[in-house]
Design a binder for this molecule. Structure first.
Ligand SMILES: Cc1cc2nc3c(=O)[nH]c(=O)nc-3n(C[C@H](O)[C@H](O)[C@H](O)COP(=O)(O)O)c2cc1C
Ligand code: SF4
Ligand code: FES
Length: 647
């Protein structure tokens, strides 16, 4: 415990709250009152500071679990591949009577088998959507689970990452060069034999400004979701900054449909550490934290081992490679909340609090980040790309991909395709059609494409028969507008934005013509209703309303007003919240309802709202969320609240 506390500045012991809670739970299986008071005293906090974490982070539990605890993923790609059958069959095999909510699906407290040997719960996306359906047996991930042979799953104790055999000819592998490579191991010797840490050697001989300029020249855009230019972000850090500067590697990888960072962490941890060390040197950041989601316990161990090895070889630690620069990298585990991926929520979580995102401005991390110090938050893949930019030079990197969409990126394909998986492509050099039909093997036999969610579940859905008008730059510099089909869409930031969606985190979820779009949206809505941090009323209430409405539509209770009501709830969330989760949860609903009106109308046939059962007790009424049954008046929003924006 003292070692864990030592990872944080002496006056910031609160940051150790989650690590201590993890250690306690690993040892005693659950967090009781004694744990709360003990940890609070140890960190000089009030018990409420610890209890509020236990009630916020889904992986922390206040009751004992079974000897074997099973977490079954219920998010879209897994649900499409049979995740709900996995749950049902596991319950039958272990004798668990699962508690269900009135609608019969989704999140409920952990259910136990009568003998206490097994417990089970649904969890959200485990970042392995390409090998769906998946579940975790204790700390081990099980992939490609066959719903009909779950007994085998409990007995067979193998947890290996499933790799694609060979890169596809349309791939251009740089970051994923070693992933799935024969005889490739994660130890430092293998990495060094392959030329590892040479780019760090090169970087520490460069000036900091030169490194930042190389990254700027490369045009690298962040791979975590927003696509913000990395070099521009880095240049917000003043070269003569007096406060400590922090680098945070965002390894939360929790956007449904995304499963690339997991492979880097598990299979090529030194590549990531080299990227982190170079970035720290460039930013003069002497401490870096890798915030890794709680559901990657194996990944956290692998990274911790790699950090030890890197320290032994003086790639981390004091005076690295004789440069006079000291840098330490620490692993900080989350505990199962999607909002920890949002950079300011992540920072709050790293400070030992609930992951409540901060309002921007003023809390832009580069200005007021971790411990109110300048902080750069970058995604795992972005930091790996930095290493390759140093290797090849920014200008050469910028020649990969397309203008304003440079380099390579890893796209993750899941859902209704023959060969789901990861593909590293030159950004924009592969079209959606090539990705789906050539690289991912096309749709299942006899099926047609219905829709694609191109950048993680937050991205607006694209309909297969849409036509898109995309502005394209010609060689002579002129811009022309080209009309194209979904198959012709280049897989890059600007084209997908022009098509009305986004490249986001690179998670492409494919839906074929067997899918009910209300069912798919309901699955997504359940995710957002569960993951809203609850700070903002439009997001907290709206996400729940949207889920309740799609759930009711699925259960045969849809009323004709439901589609416009859904749309107006979405309209009243987006743009009115503290963080971009508001958009992330509104966009799926807004786009599904708009693009598939016939399916939503078919589920919304009743002409009047269902009455509340008259026998409801007052307690039941307060427990039952109220669902609006007619469109809400459109709130003009803060930005229109008055000439001076004073509300
Ligand atoms: C709700 C929400 C969830 C997010 N989840 C992740 C995540 O899991 N991983 C990630 O790298 N970025 C995530 N982001 C984006 C981060 O806030 C941040 O922009 C990113 O880590 C910056 O890194 P980059 O510039 O390298 O992309 C999320 C953003 C939002 C709004
Ligand atoms: S938008 Fe949602 S997730 Fe973001 S701060 Fe508000 S309530 Fe929390
Ligand atoms: S791992 Fe199940 S949906 Fe992502």
């Amino acid at each position: 415990m003292d070692e864990a506390i030592g990872h944080y500045p002496a006056d910031k012991k609160r940051s150790a709250a989650l690590p201590l809670l993890h250690l306690w739970q690993e040892h005693f299986d659950f967090i009781n009152d004694e744990a709360v008071t003990w940890i609070a005293t140890k960190l000089g906090l009030q018990p409420i500071n610890i209890l509020e974490l236990v009630t916020f982070y889904p992986m922390l539990r206040e009751k004992r679990a079974g000897k074997t605890h099973i977490r079954v993923c219920r998010t879209l790609s897994c649900a499409m591949a049979g995740g709900y059958q996995v749950m049902e069959n596991l319950c039958a095999a272990t004798g668990i009577q699962r508690k269900t909510d009135p609608a019969g699906a989704g999140h409920t407290p952990i259910s136990m088998s009568p003998d206490g040997n097994y417990s089970i719960e649904f969890v959200e996306c485990l970042a392995s959507c390409g090998t769906a359906p998946v579940c975790m047996i204790n700390d081990e991930l099980r992939q490609n689970v066959d719903p009909s042979s779950v007994v085998d799953l409990i007995v067979n104790r193998e947890s290996r990452i499933v790799n694609r055999p060979e890169p596809h000819p349309l791939e251009h592998r740089i970051i994923f060069k070693n992933i799935g490579r024969k005889n490739w191991k994660t130890d430092i010797k293998t990495y060094l034999d392959d030329g590892g840490y040479e780019d760090l050697r090169k970087a520490v001989k460069m000036s900091r400004v030169d490194i930042v300029n190389e990254v700027k020249t490369s045009g690298l855009r962040g791979r975590g979701g927003a696509g913000f230019p990395c070099g521009v972000k880095w240049s917000f850090i003043k070269p003569d900054e007096k406060k400590p500067v922090y680098l945070i590697c965002n390894a939360d990888e929790s956007e449904p449909g995304t499963f690339k960072d997991r492979y880097i962490i598990h299979e090529d941890p030194h590549q990531l550490l080299e990227g982190i060390a170079i970035s720290c040197f460039a930013l003069n950041a002497r401490t870096a934290y890798t915030y890794i989601r709680g559901e990657f316990p194996e990944g956290a161990k692998i990274l911790e081992g790699a950090i030890e090895e890197a320290r032994e070889h003086n790639f981390l630690g004091k005076n690295i490679l004789g440069s006079g620069f000291d840098v330490d990298v620490y692993i900080h585990r989350g505990a199962g909340a999607y909002i920890c991926g949002e950079e300011t929520g992540l920072i709050e979580s790293l400070e030992g609090k609930r992951a409540y995102p901060r309002i921007k401005p003023p809390y832009f991390p580069a200005v007021l980040g971790l411990y109110m110090c300048p902080t750069i938050v970058n995604n795992v893949e972005t930091l790996c790309a930095v290493k390759h930019i140093i290797a090849m030079g920014g200008a050469k990197y910028a020649q990969l991909g397309r203008s304003n969409n440079t380099g390579t990126r890893i796209v993750c394909v899941s859902g209704d395709v023959e060969r789901p998986g990861y593909f590293e492509i030159e950004v924009g050099k592969v079209t959606m059609g090539q990705l789906i039909y050539q690289m991912a093997g096309g749709l299942k036999w006899g099926r047609q494409l219905k829709a694609v969610i191109p950048g993680g579940s937050s991205a607006k859905v694209l309909r297969a028969d849409e036509r898109f008008k995309i502005k394209q730059k010609q060689l002579d510099g002129a811009t022309i507008e080209v009309e194209m089909s979904i198959d012709e869409l280049p897989m890059d930031f600007d084209s997908l934005a022009a098509a009305g969606s986004m490249a986001g985190s690179g998670g492409v979820i494919v839906l074929d013509d067997s899918r009910d779009m209300v069912w798919a949206l309901n699955n997504i809505n359940e995710f957002y209703a569960h993951e809203s941090c609850g700070q903002c009323t439009p997001c907290r209430e709206g996400a729940l309303w949207m889920k309740k409405i799609t759930e009711r539509m699925l259960n045969g209770g849809g009323v004709t007003e439901d589609p416009p009501t859904l749309k107006t709830i979405g309209d009243n969330i987006a743009g009115r919240t503290i963080c971009a989760f508001g958009e992330a949860c509104a966009w799926p609903t807004q786009s599904f309802v708009e693009k598939f009106p016939e399916e939503f109308a078919a589920h919304a046939r009743k002409s009047f709202p269902p009455p509340l059962p008259p026998e409801c007790t007052p307690e039941e009424l307060t427990e039952r969320e109220q669902i609006p049954t007619s469109p809400l008046a459109h709130d003009p929003g803060w930005e229109k609240a008055g000439a001076d924006a004073v509300i």
